[in-house]
Design a protein around this ligand. Sequence first.
Ligand SMILES: [Zn+2]
Length: 400
Amino acid sequence: LNNNNIHSSTKKYLGLFCNDEQFINSFSAKDIEFINYHIANTEERTASIRDDWGNWEFPYTDYDYTKPYVDDLILQHIANNQFKQRQIWPDGKKFAISISHDVDLVTQSSYKAAKRQITKIFVKNETIFKKLKDSKFLLSYVNNLRRLANTNDSIWCYEKWLEAIDKQGFKSTFYYFARPALKDMHKVDCDFLFSDKVVFMGNKMTVAEMMQKMHEQEYEIGVHGSYYTALNSNLLKEQINQVENVIGVPVTANRQHWLHYNINVTPQIHKDAGVHTDSTMGFNRTIGFRNGCSMPYYLLDKNYAETNVLEIPMHIMDGALFEKNSLLLNKEYALKKSLALLDKVEKVGGCCTINFHPNYVSNPDWWWVFNEFIKEAKLRNAYGATASQIKNVVEKALNF
Ligand SMILES: [Zn+2]
């Protein structure tokens, strides 16, 4: 990447903040170098370190990921040079939130799911003994077996998400995991089928029917690419087809399961599979700005060429707030930290993307934080939209 040139993806990014003719050329070469560097995710692209899940994580960055530092620089430049910031969000809204959900689990207690779990462990060559030492696995296995005696399930109420979100006048995106063949599964992959039975809106139905109902209610149905899809476009395409077969319209929104992502490979995989928006670029173990951006940006392939895949960076994931290997916050602090992040996005007029897993509807603290957060976003008059709606706003602003 020639740092003296403004990359086309950088130009578009800058264009979302100001469309004055003089704006783009008014930056110093040093500033452009900085923005190019981060829009291209160069830091993680050129680093050799990854975590035990194969991911780039917050401890590796030299930058202050708690801030949208690219956006802050742009806003500072606008202020210093008396440019006027443009407002791209509809209806005079000053910033946006993109609510999303990774559907990893549809039932806590199913005999079939328990059977599949056991089969998977044998096929993946793990010793039962090792797995049984893992209390989380044991708990989920016991829960699965309980289905034999019990037809009720504490997470068979995903309509609660729609009710809460509708109440604030927002919509959201549900990324559904579409189970690959066993040979293509990683041990952290999810394990449900679209033919599994759930209860949704008080009625017994299949997962596929629940997806159709969500789609009918104008929620976006995306794909939650399995672990290996980050490296395999045919596998991802297969999973997109599975979701498309259920809802009958093109599926263009994706988030990678486990946030498994390789910046040098995955953008091309997404492009080849027909993905238009990805929202994987965030952290598993903390909240913040993976490359200093709150606004969506066009991803670059391994040759630094712009792709048509719009990254809607993810800033807050439920697990990162609460889990032991993450921030380990209580509900009050989880909300406080999340709203502090929202403040920063609001200040630059960006888009704050949050990811709450639907199965945690059964956890009162997690559910409380979600509800309080979206209530506050509504009070602040945020534009709340699905991934494709965010993309439409961006494309309109850039005159596509
Ligand atoms: Zn997932």
